[in-house]
Write a protein that binds this ligand. Structure first.
Ligand code: GLA
Length: 387
């Protein structure tokens, strides 16, 4: 219903701007239930796609220009397809351009096109507005030559665009779940093999996403540093077992046997990743069994580990996690996404969700002086063509 409405409104606007009837594509943002900073370590994640989406309307042009417009993001961009920039231009259109450039490099003959973007995923909140824009743009651009690409491959193209064109060394989680998410389910993904399975979220639970409304500048630099620290960990463990290719391959026994020979910071980072992988598998089982006490405990441990060992939380995220404790209907919560601001995710019983939202925001304001936004979400389907 909502998607039909968005599609119709965007198509009307598109016709007014460009004078032709577009096709419309949609891709959602995501929230990660558990499995943080594990994707680029070949590990496991358990995200869900949520009801905020980015919509892209597209129609071909007769020349070889790519026009990228949006009503809510600033700037109207025009590029020559045969002279696309090699690297980011520093604007939101980078996510579209990056995808176009990777598709061309892979041999897709894109023709000229007009694109109109409507994004409702909150920006900078750690809910993957960028993945939603990449995936919806990829589906739109692929429709130009009627290419049918399996969605997991679309996810890989989008990740490549972000890694190589935009310059952010992200893992595959966000793009994958934006493509493949399923209503009512978390998606347990093995980020090495890309095998996945859907884990039903017990009926009567709401995903309450609490936006701290802060995003610290540190985020990008610290993300890359964490990746380097993990790589340093892999190099160290390789000395003890040359078969180790990623932290995914390091067992808890190995960590316990050799951990004290690692520099303290590297040991902390490795401990987080190795144990977070186990927690993620454990949480997927517990969620499927409806063992919410266990899920709650694992989410709690995940947050503490991100705060103390991986050190990607911040005062506001900790305050938001704290604010949820003990509220009626609360089953578990933690920071979600890359960290240094953004959102927490909370599993809350549906009958308590509205009240929870109000009270968590009050407590957070009391602790930090900041007015939060709180979203009551359900897991929704992944990307799709709407027309
Ligand atoms: C960001 C990245 C993901 C993942 C998370 C941390 O959202 O885009 O690939 O690494 O951080 O789990």
């Amino acid at each position: 219903m909502k998607n039909d409405l968005e599609k119709a409104q965007l198509a009307v606007l598109f016709e007014k701007l460009f004078g032709s009837t577009p096709r419309v594509f949609r891709a959602p943002g995501r929230v990660n239930l558990i499995g943080e900073h594990t994707d680029y370590n070949d590990g496991f994640v358990l995200p869900a796609s949520v009801g905020f989406s980015t919509y892209v309307a597209i129609a071909p042009r007769s020349d070889r220009k790519l026009l990228i417009h949006s009503e809510e993001f600033p700037g109207k961009f025009e590029f020559e397809l045969d002279r696309l920039p090699e690297k980011r231009v520093g604007a939101w259109c980078d996510y579209v351009l990056g995808v176009a450039s990777v598709l061309r490099r892979r041999g897709h003959e894109l023709g000229g096109a007009n694109l109109l973007v409507h994004g409702e995923v909150p920006i900078g909140a750690g809910l993957s507005s960028s993945a939603a824009l990449e995936v919806s743009s990829a589906l739109a651009l692929l429709s130009l030559d009627e290419s049918h690409m399996p969605l997991p491959e679309v996810a890989q193209i989008c990740r490549e665009a972000e890694n190589l064109f935009v310059g952010a060394r992200v893992g595959i989680m966000d793009q994958f779940v934006s493509c493949m998410g399923r209503a009512g389910h978390g998606l347990l993904l093995d980020c090495r093999s890309l095998e996945f399975q859907f884990v039903p979220i017990p009926a009567g639970l709401v995903l309450v996403v609490c936006n701290t409304m802060v995003k610290h500048d540190l985020a990008t630099g610290a993300y890359n540093t964490r990746r380097e620290e993990c790589e340093a960990g892999v190099r160290a463990f390789c000395k003890w077992d040359p078969a180790i290719r990623a932290l995914r391959d390091v067992s808890v026994e190995m960590l316990e046997a050799h951990g004290d020979q690692l520099p303290a910071t590297i040991r902390k980072r490795c401990t987080h990743v190795i144990r977070e992988n186990l927690r993620t598998l454990d949480a997927a089982r517990a969620l499927a069994d409806g063992d919410l006490d266990r899920v709650g405990k694992l989410m709690h441990d995940s947050h503490e580990s991100l705060r103390d060992l991986y050190q990607v939380s911040c005062r506001e995220l900790d305050a938001m996690v704290e604010a949820a404790q003990g509220l009626p209907g609360f089953c578990g919560g933690r920071m979600t996404g890359g960290g240094f601001g953004g959102c927490t995710v909370n599993l809350v019983r549906a009958e308590n969700a509205e009240d929870f939202a109000k009270r968590v925001a009050e407590r957070y304001r009391h602790a930090t002086g900041i007015g939060a936004q709180v979203y009551l979400c359900a897991a929704e389907d992944g990307a799709q063509a709407l027309s």
